[in-house]
Design a protein around this ligand. Structure first.
Ligand code: ZN
Length: 100
């Protein structure tokens, strides 16, 4: 095999390993925060109509919103107008688990 093939296979494996580790890390962190599994939840306030709603999202993936770094450009479920929502600052804070 030529070196290009090795590089292609190697970077493919590296990408898969990275994704597995990343989702495992998200999963375990979210479990620690008390939410089920891989989905994170943010409490968002619509800048247009000031309605508050909870938004569940999978970090790194999105079908219904446009990713802008840590923000999402998406439609408000109440007024259906498109706005930019900052997910990182509105992340629902962790509730500390009671120790057994
Ligand atoms: Zn709205």
């Amino acid at each position: 095999m030529n070196p290009v093939t090795y590089i292609a296979i190697g970077s493919g494996i590296a990408l898969v390993v990275f994704l597995v580790v990343f989702y495992w890390w998200v999963y375990s962190r979210n479990r620690a925060l008390g939410s089920p599994g891989i989905v994170s939840r943010a409490r968002l306030v619509c800048p247009k109509c000031s309605q508050t709603f909870d938004y569940d999202f999978v970090p790194g993936a999105s079908l219904t919103a446009i990713r802008l770094g840590r923000s999402r450009y998406m439609a408000c479920p109440f007024c259906h107008r498109w706005s930019t929502f900052d997910l990182s600052s509105t992340r629902i804070p962790a509730t500390p688990r009671e120790s057994p």
